[in-house]
Design a binder for this molecule. Sequence first.
Ligand SMILES: Nc1ncnc2c1ncn2[C@@H]1O[C@H](COP(=O)(O)OP(=O)(O)OP(=O)(O)O)[C@@H](O)[C@H]1O
Ligand SMILES: [Mg+2]
Length: 134
Amino acid sequence: MTPPAASLPIRSSEDVVLVRQQVRAWAIRMGFGLVDQTKLVTAASELARNAMSYGGGGTALLEAVNNGGKLGLRITFEDHGPGIPDIGLAMKDGYTTGGGLGLGLSGAKRLSNEFEIVSRVGEGTRVSIVRWKN
Ligand SMILES: Nc1ncnc2c1ncn2[C@@H]1O[C@H](COP(=O)(O)OP(=O)(O)OP(=O)(O)O)[C@@H](O)[C@H]1O
Ligand SMILES: [Mg+2]
């Protein structure tokens, strides 16, 4: 059976790979189709990478959620890094402070049904996504 929740550390790129594998395994176990599995894995990969490279590491929490019979996978990324001073700017396609493509946050939002970001400068960042099963 799918356990209700699992917390995974994100400290290295190996951990990011493990997060990807666990998200895939959970999505399969929960009965998500291949397209949804890939959306979840891609979004999770971007957010885990951000937590590692900008947040100085953190955690990914995987949870099976149920909204009135609708089943979903929620993944919450949390770090205690520097935080994001301007979330609106950070969400823009192409905005990067790390020499990336600046597509991680906006891409993760597009690939999810629900997307929530909370960040406080000097405290850290929490990003939560949900994808609902059709
Ligand atoms: N967890 C975080 N902590 C602090 N800053 C963050 C965090 N996640 C994102 N950011 C900031 O938001 C910017 C945009 O993030 P986004 O993932 O969209 O692009 P990127 O990581 O720069 O490039 P890409 O993900 O396309 O390789 C980052 O460059 C960084 O400044
Ligand atoms: Mg990124």
